[in-house]
Design a protein around this ligand. Sequence first.
Ligand SMILES: [Zn+2]
Ligand SMILES: [Zn+2]
Length: 381
Amino acid sequence: MSEDFYDVLGVSRDASEEEIEEAYREKAREYHPDVSDDPAAEEKFKKVKKAKEVLTDEQKRQAYDRLGHERFEQAQKQGGFDGAAGNGAGAGGDPFGGSPFGEGGFGDIFEQFFGGGRRDGPRQGRDLRTELEIDLEEAYRGAEKQFTVARPERCPDCDGSGHPPGSDSRTCPQCNGRGQETHVQQTPMGRVQQTRTCRRCEGEGTLYEETCSTCNGDGVVRNDATLSLEVPAGIQDGQTLRMSGEGAPGEGGGPNGDLLVDVRIADHPEFERDGDDLYYREAISFPQAVFGDSVEIQTFDGPVSLDVPEGTQSGERFRLRNKGMPRLRGRGRGDMFVQVQVVTPESLNQEQREALEAFAEAGGEEVEVDQGFFERLRNSF
Ligand SMILES: [Zn+2]
Ligand SMILES: [Zn+2]
């Protein structure tokens, strides 16, 4: 990925702010480290986020366009564009602040999607996403699946506050405890006044002397959680199940986000699925095809018998009603379609050979089909 912020977001240099926000949302969805399996995702996500932060801030964008990428980065490292923001804990430095869960890190993505407001109000935690693979039989019967997911959880040592209980505190000098600061910008249109969350105290209005060492002040730690999920019978590949409250922890007393579980169904060696129907292939012998037979077909609920009629052609398909997949949250089942394949013997013993030669001499080599033969066969596929 090129370093240039416009390239990172895949937008043109005259893109509107809406276009940039939209491009950011798409990329963020793709690269969000909780979503993506790509080990480089976190790095890409950081770049995308940084690019969006700069390009959606009119002042920074002007500077970026004027200076170009490298000089802008240098100037920003020296604190050139965040003078008013005090210690530069926000957008000035590493947008992750050294922690994958720090404010200005993942927290912002939530605001981006859901328009969160002040940082000190209760906010719902982010939804997280994971993938769970099951096999077709589990989809057929429904299954209770246990799985482990790495997710942010409220730090147990500071209960999410980011500072040890009883830590000395003082009023934030940056915002005088209001949690918000006013920022005046000179633009070609004149002076623009913006009120935003105080970056020094992140909206709390209070600075604490000590930082929780367990979570480095983020209030959040990453834990492997083992969860149990009831997968309903009939679920389709690619469907998403929502586990309420199992996502990222809320802030300021807000509820947890949800965990979205994308269910993948592994290919089955014998059955193919199309919606609620199953497809199966069964090999039958030439005499079975000629004389008809009752053939045993395996299903997830044990063998069932299929009556193959006299004169069955190779490739013909038969329907076993209600032997397919259960309908998700519905009644009944789909069907199973069995396609028979007549097997031509590859080696014959003496007796079989003589019998078949006799069959051929008795006129068995004559092949006559009526006009609709191939048509009928095709229609049964
Ligand atoms: Zn902590
Ligand atoms: Zn403050």
